[in-house]
Design a protein around this ligand. Sequence first.
Ligand SMILES: NC(=O)c1ccc[n+]([C@@H]2O[C@H](COP(=O)([O-])OP(=O)(O)OC[C@H]3O[C@@H](n4cnc5c(N)ncnc54)[C@H](OP(=O)(O)O)[C@@H]3O)[C@@H](O)[C@H]2O)c1
Length: 340
Amino acid sequence: MATEMNLQIRLVSRPHGLPKEENFSWVKQPIPEPAEGQALIRTLYLSVDPYMRGRMNDQKSYVAPYELNEVITGGVIGEVIKSKSPSLIKGDIILGNIGWQKYSLISSEQVRKIDPDIAPISTALGILGMPSLTAYFGLLEIGQPKEGETVVVSGAAGAVGMIVGQIAKIKGCRVVGIAGSDEKNRYLQEELGFDATINYKTTPNMTDAIAHACPKGVDIYFENVGGTISDAVLSHLNYKARIPLCGLISMYNIKDADVGPRIQSQLLINSALMRGFIVGEFADRFEEATTQLAQWLQQGKLKYRENIVEGFENTIQAFLGLFSGENLGKQLVHVADPSV
Ligand SMILES: NC(=O)c1ccc[n+]([C@@H]2O[C@H](COP(=O)([O-])OP(=O)(O)OC[C@H]3O[C@@H](n4cnc5c(N)ncnc54)[C@H](OP(=O)(O)O)[C@@H]3O)[C@@H](O)[C@H]2O)c1
């Protein structure tokens, strides 16, 4: 019988535009043995996220670029299958920033244990993990929503966007979501209670569509995408509007500078605030936020969807799908089941 090998995905060249299969290599290696203080984990789920595209470029950012010929790191839920660490035991389920490989060596400081009895383990990468924390702090800390205000969110049917909209509903706001398909928009309105939605792929005039969906103007624009969608929303800002600048996915694969209207005058004449943020800046409050998110989930005030691609061999495809809108909710790759 052939011995099982580890399989890794490495970045071997920097993409120009949308990444291609040739930017990655698949490397087979023997499954490593843990040294003293380490544990070996089997990957159960891995997360593909838009920010990973930025790390494939050789540019200054809030996090270092991926090195060429190294395993691509990202969020992973894994099971400890061998341990020489006093604080990790066989069968423990852990969350860590580990990477696109089937087996990894870790130390206990690199990971956090997950209690599988609280919620399905995959939720640690979605509704009870980084995307929801991003929605929570971006909306509540920067957006400062007040009852009766109008909140517009782009990328509304994605992992962050659908939580932004639901928290805004909890806070008593009118919520308008922008997403790229009628099916996604139906889900946002019928299942999640969004007040209105716009399909940016089929709407001929986004500025008119925003005016129609937001008769009282826009108090908060939660920015996930940038580009022409952003231009359209920013032309409807109210006095003292707030714009949590979370992401700009429409720009992650462009090859040339994206030029649009100068937005400063919109900010100036409306005394509006636009503030970029990275979720990590709120790390000292993650516990508080996770407790609140879990409570809302339990009370049925928050719902979530996961878009799960089966099989490690489909990881790159799942990642690329983020840029064509394949996912409704958090995009994950299911690699293996826990052994117990
Ligand atoms: N600041 C932070 O700390 C932080 C943390 C997490 C995520 N983010 C950012 O938040 C945004 C959403 O992340 P996520 O994890 O929730 O991803 P996601 O929304 O689950 O997936 C991306 C979605 O973006 C939409 N999209 C792709 N290309 C687009 C384009 N050219 N124009 C408009 N929409 C496009 C697609 O949906 P459609 O079908 O609607 O096109 C796709 O499903 C990203 O910009 C990400 O970088 C920031």
